[in-house]
Design a protein around this ligand. Structure first.
Ligand SMILES: *Cc1c(COP(=O)(O)O)cnc(C)c1O
Ligand code: SF4
Length: 387
């Protein structure tokens, strides 16, 4: 299973919709039209949110039942019908399923786990802004997502019953960025910024772009993957107006890259948006070199340049998802040199406590001697470079 490429990637849209699970999910919504199914708002309204709803399309393990019943205190479950159609109902280890269906394991807090693992709150001068690096800020604009990833780093701000962002927090954020002339790069994130409606998104982009010292704007979103229906012609018209604009998508497994995702990313690329990807290293999901290489290639094929692989942050209840740093380094060694450089992202650790991202690199300098460096190449052969 794991070392075969996604069966969905090469299908047509029609074929992908007609899988057994696709038909099963669709049957939960008698009479739904294609137009409704393809409408992102319909998808959001009809997310699978309860154990009962999910039991109609799969049999849940006891661990999943317990997880669903109790996850609400931490991070609720929401699975758009589109994404639910990708779940393997017979395999609890299905990489799609593990990312969206809660389990008992996420209710366990392990040593070293934190509610705010990257220490963002302490670097937040005003609500919604994280200013950690010299020239750029993270601007959180939404506390909603289409699908709630069970490994989410920012679960503390997602649907905890509070609405975190509104026009007054946006105003404060704009004021902060305006006052800080060193901020030349604004990363719009959340939650998922593309869960905002087109008008609000346009308003935010227009205000960010009107700040004279901001020269680089990017959006971090999972919507092209978890809810590709969100990439509508109307949204594309808005995004195109604010060019140059970069987008980073969040994608963790080749099976997430369906024909619908390929179309969504293609449409974004067609209007001139450079696309990057962020992948979280997840134990049993993508922590092996074959799956990771397949994913990197699948991303390139839909015009997304792999940007980061993240060591999974120690957020409370994610121990079952955390692979080792050593395992991540071995994956990087299996990518570097063995495939296109464009398919080799950076592997980073966002350190607990708030130091930011630290690159984790395999070491290719074997030793430095008095007159030369001893280096190894990707294949392990030694070379010498006079210094
Ligand atoms: C990741 C991150 C950024 C952006 O970092 P890049 O390496 O430039 O992509 C900015 N601010 C914060 C707080 C971040 O976590
Ligand atoms: S899309 Fe991002 S912010 Fe939303 S749940 Fe997933 S990881 Fe968290």
């Amino acid at each position: 299973m794991k070392d075969s490429p996604s069966p969905l990637t090469e299908l047509t849209l029609e074929e992908a919709n007609a899988t057994d699970q696709g038909v099963r999910v669709r049957a939960c919504f008698p009479g739904v039209s294609d137009d409704e199914w393809n409408d992102w708002r319909w998808q959001i309204r009809n997310c699978f949110k309860t154990r009962q709803a999910l039991e109609a399309i799969m049999s849940l393990t006891p661990d999943e039942q317990e997880g669903i019943d109790h996850c609400g205190q931490k991070l609720t479950m929401a699975i758009p019908p589109y994404f639910a159609a990708l779940i393997d109902p017979d395999d609890p280890a299905c990489p799609i399923r593990r990312q969206c269906v809660p389990t008992r394991q996420e209710l366990i807090a392990s040593d070293g786990e934190l509610v705010d693992p990257c220490g963002e709150d302490k670097d937040s001068p005003v609500k919604g802004v994280v200013h950690r690096y010299p020239d750029r800020v993270l601007f959180l604009v939404s506390d909603q997502c289409a699908m709630y990833c069970r490994h989410c780093t920012r679960s503390r701000i997602l649907n905890d019953g509070h609405s975190h962002f509104n026009s007054s927090t946006y105003d404060e954020a704009f004021h902060y960025i305006l006052e800080h002339k060193e901020v030349r790069d604004v990363l719009v994130s959340g939650g998922d910024p593309l869960l905002l409606n087109d008008n609000l998104l346009e308003y935010l982009l227009q205000r960010i772009k009107s700040i004279p010292h901001v020269e680089f704007v990017r959006i971090g979103t999972r919507a092209p993957v978890s809810l590709p229906q969100r990439i509508t012609p109307a949204l594309l018209r808005v995004l195109k107006k604010y060019s140059p604009l970069w987008i980073s998508i969040h994608c963790n497994h080749p099976q997430e890259i369906t024909p619908a995702v390929r179309e969504a990313c293609g449409a974004l690329a067609d209007i001139g948006i450079p696309l990057g990807s962020q992948t979280v290293l997840l134990k049993g999901i993508n922590d092996d070199p074959v799956t990771m290489k397949t994913l990197m290639h699948a991303l390139l094929k839909i015009r997304v340049r792999p940007y980061y692989i993240y060591q999974c942050d120690p957020v409370v209840g994610t121990r079952h998802f955390r692979a080792t740093i050593q395992g991540g380094l071995e994956i990087m060694e299996q990518l570097q040199g063995f495939t296109s450089g464009y398919a080799v992202p950076k592997f980073v650790l966002d350190v607990p406590g708030g130091g930011g991202k630290i690159p984790l690199n395999p070491n290719y300098i074997v030793r430095r001697e008095e007159t030369q460096y001893v280096l190894r190449n990707y294949a392990g052969e030694l070379f010498y470079y006079l210094s």
